[in-house]
Design a protein around this ligand. Sequence first.
Ligand code: ATP
Length: 292
Amino acid sequence: MQNYAFEMNDVSIRYPHFKMEGLNLSLPQGQVMGLVGVNGAGKSTTIRILMGLVKADSGQVKALGYNLPEHQVQAKYDIGFASDDMRLYKSQTLQWHMDFIKSIYPKFDSAYAADLLKRFDLIADQQIKGISHGQRVKACLLLVLARRPKLLILDEPTTGLDPVAREEVICELADILLDDERSVLFSSHNTHDIEKLSDQIAFLDRGKLLALQDKESYLESWARFRCQINNTSSESVLGAVSIKRNGQIAEIVTAQYSPHYVAQLQQAGFSVLEQHRMSLEEIFVANIKRSR
Ligand SMILES: Nc1ncnc2c1ncn2[C@@H]1O[C@H](COP(=O)(O)OP(=O)(O)OP(=O)(O)O)[C@@H](O)[C@H]1O
């Protein structure tokens, strides 16, 4: 039987200007899910529901086998959560925070924390008020990672980091993921990070899941073609997400790519000049345009 790090079944929530209806989202244990979506798509809301910070109007939520929010104390013992609005005590040092977390979570791995301190280039006895935004983000991640949680939930973990710091954080996350018992859900606007780390892509828009698929097959299902328009070219093509015409040239995007798609375009009267795979960033934009 498949073990899930979390399961959200038929989850709905309504705000005055936003609704999420019947969201089904689950992550098999040991996998990484990248949650993608434009501003206001519902990523943080999804994460907050999963963390028990917000109560859904209806639906079932389970994390690490525990029903939420009823058993959130037990579940949270093994869940590590970090978001970009997390606060640390400004007048205390990072060392104070590490000692504090260790007093609550005896599993806190001090040796690993010391290693992360070096890798993230942080100073343990510096007061939080004296460190930069990026250093604070890395300090929060250190505090969460050193607990070695079974489920890591990160809301925009790389926001505000410079490219070097971002790479360090991404490498650290990639290392953690070598352990197949650990699962990660992370949201990001940065499709490169999502593309690099995720096993599963969950695409949210206006509270709806546009796609939930393993990354490889998701990326493989999209393709962009540059075609010559002929006299016989039809107006539409089966499986095309968009057709942009410019003179005798058409750029056709599909989300149903297979090796037979070229023949399908030819049958529709287009001569294929070039074909390209698409990055997650391009897919992201095409998907949003299609859904509106
Ligand atoms: N407590 C609340 N009261 C009213 N509306 C809310 C509340 N929390 C969230 N919303 C609305 O829900 C929608 C989704 O917000 P959410 O923060 O989940 O989006 P997001 O995908 O994380 O966006 P971003 O990428 O900008 O962080 C927004 O329109 C927001 O205004």
